[in-house]
Every structure is written in C-alpha cells, then in structure tokens.
Design a protein around this ligand. Structure first.
Ligand code: AMP
Ligand code: ZN
Ligand code: FE
Ligand code: FE
Length: 293
C-alpha cells in the first residue's frame, strides 16, 4: 500500500539513480500524490521535476533540498521544503558547495589509490553525471572495479565516516543551514534522526535546532520500526516539531531501500506543514492541487 506523501527523495541530480521524471513516474505509480524532491545540496533537478509533475493533474510537487551539516562527532542532514530555489544568492552558495564536493571526491579517489583500491575519476564523474557528486558515486565505481560486492560494502570498508578513504566536506553547522533555508523562505526538517549517534544523543541537538527555528523532524523513515517511531514521535511533540518523513529513495538497492510511497506518512502533519506554508505565503511555490487551497 502506497502512501500519499513522500517528503524525502533523490534523483540523478545528486546520488539517486532515477531522473526526476522517472522518479515522479515511479512515485505516481506507487500512489504518491504529494512529493518533494530533496537532492543533496543542489536544486538543479527541480525544473525537470516540475515539468514531469505537471503531467499528472492530481500530483503536487514541493521544491526541496537536503543539506549536510556537521557537529562534533557526527553528521546532521537537514531537509528544506518550500524553498525559493531560484534565489540567486542561494544558488551561488550551492555552487560553492558543489565545488567543495568535487575537491573532496577527488581526494577520496586519491586515498583509494593509496589503499590499493583504485577507481578512475572518469568513472566517478560518469556515475555522478551532471549532478552533485557524492560518496555513493565513488561506491558505484568501487563496485564496478570489483573491489567490493555492493554499495553498502563500499561504505562499510572505505567510505563511511570512520572509513580509511573518508574525506570531510566543507563544514557547515546546522544553524547555518537552517538560517540559509530561512533566507529563502523554506522550512527546515531534521532528516533521519536515528542515524545521529554523536555523544550526548539527540536531545541537545533538538534543543539547538529548535532554537534556530527548526520546523519538523523525520519520524517515519525507511526501516524505522514502530518501537523506534514512537519515541521519535514523543520527541517531536515535546519540541513542537511537525513529524514528517519519507523514503529517502535513491534507487541504489540494498536492504534498507524503500520506494517512494512505501513509508506510510500520516496526513495530519503534512496538512500542518501545508497550512504553515499557506500562512507564510510560500504554498504556491509547490505546484499541483495541494498548492492552491
Ligand atoms: P555524501 O553526501 O557524499 O557525504 O554522501 C552521503 C550519502 O551517502 C548519503 O545520503 C547516503 O545516500 C549514502 N550513504 C551514507 N552512508 C551509507 C551507507 N553506510 N551505505 C550506503 N549508503 C550510504
Ligand atoms: Zn544520498
Ligand atoms: Fe540524508
Ligand atoms: Fe537523503
């Protein structure tokens, strides 16, 4: 049974395997009727996504992004929804982040060479295509070169945060990213909170982020089980955050992959986000029936 809403998906413009058009076709087939495209640090997939979405009169697309931030000992991903993705300053900042991703990916390729697991930069570039380059593209090159069996193994052996080929990205704090998203009228949502395992746990982070103006938190996500969802839901309520979620679909396979629509999002919180967007005058940045209420 597909759900109606999915607020977290990736396309070929970052590290997803489907083009925005293929992604929306799949989501639609699965029963999704309101979706956000949230590529990593890039909005270049949105024009195609809006064109693809317009072919379905009962489908609403919300412009989005997922941004990586760093805190001591951990990485925090923040989703932005209803962003003014055409804003020039915003796009200039994203271009800088693309540059930094490129430099960092090249360094990781050098590390792999030193580790005796060479991949060519040309193959990494080919996997990345025109979009934001990320570790999954290097992982695909490692699989292709026969150094690992699959993408998960590439992360486990080389590319994870503590892995021997890992190189840090440009550091952004979560507050900087929340401010950046607010500067283009977007709402910030903490992504996949279970994955956050820095010392001190999640509560100090939520305190920090709600102070910065966080709007939501992903509560429904991939393989989160009901007994993991419940405490997250309590936390969201305690901190006044809208409990959102999504599939984080990349199309890379693996045991945790869920397709768009596989994560049963409760519609009440989605309605809360839409109402908030309406009050803030940004609802019409989405396109489709849910954007004209
Ligand atoms: P990057 O943005 O280059 O730091 O890469 C981060 C992306 O790598 C995440 O959004 C996931 O798609 C993917 N990723 C991170 N850890 C893993 C893992 N252990 N297995 C598979 N994919 C992962
Ligand atoms: Zn990703
Ligand atoms: Fe993420
Ligand atoms: Fe994601």
């Amino acid at each position: 049974m597909g759900s109606l809403a999915d607020f977290h998906t990736h396309s070929t413009f970052s590290d997803g395997r489907l083009t925005p058009t293929q992604l929306i076709d799949l989501a639609y087939r699965n029963g999704v009727r309101i979706m956000s495209l949230t590529d990593h640090d890039i909005v270049d997939g949105l024009p195609e996504a809006f064109t693809a979405a317009a072919r379905y009169p009962d489908f609403t697309l919300v412009p989005g992004i997922e941004m990586s931030t760093d805190v001591p000992g951990g990485e925090v991903h923040i989703l932005g929804h209803f962003i003014d993705w055409e804003d020039r300053d915003f796009r200039a900042r994203l271009s800088q982040l693309q540059e930094s991703r490129l430099g960092r990916a090249r360094k990781m390729v050098e590390r792999l060479q030193d580790l005796g697991k060479p991949v060519t930069w040309a193959r990494v570039e080919a996997f990345a295509g025109e979009g934001a380059v990320g570790r999954p593209h290097i992982a695909l090159a490692l699989v292709e070169a026969g150094h690992v069996a699959n993408v998960n193994e590439a992360f486990d052996l080389y590319l994870s945060r503590n892995g021997p080929a890992y190189v840090e990205r440009e550091h952004l704090t979560p507050e900087e990213v929340v401010d950046l998203l607010h500067s283009v009228g977007g709402f910030a949502t903490l992504a996949h909170p279970r994955e956050f395992d820095a010392p001190g746990g999640i509560e100090p982070l939520l305190e920090r982020l709600t102070k910065a103006g966080l709007t939501g938190m992903e509560v429904y996500y991939q393989d989160y089980s009901p007994d993991q969802v419940q405490p997250l839901l309590s936390l969201a309520n305690r901190f006044g955050l809208i409990p959102l979620g999504g599939s984080d679909y990349h199309g890379l396979g693996g045991p945790r992959q869920r397709e768009p629509g596989d994560i049963p999002l409760i519609m009440e919180p989605v309605e809360r986000l839409l109402d908030l967007a309406k009050r803030n005058g940004v609802l019409t940045r989405a396109k489709g029936p849910a954007a004209v209420r």
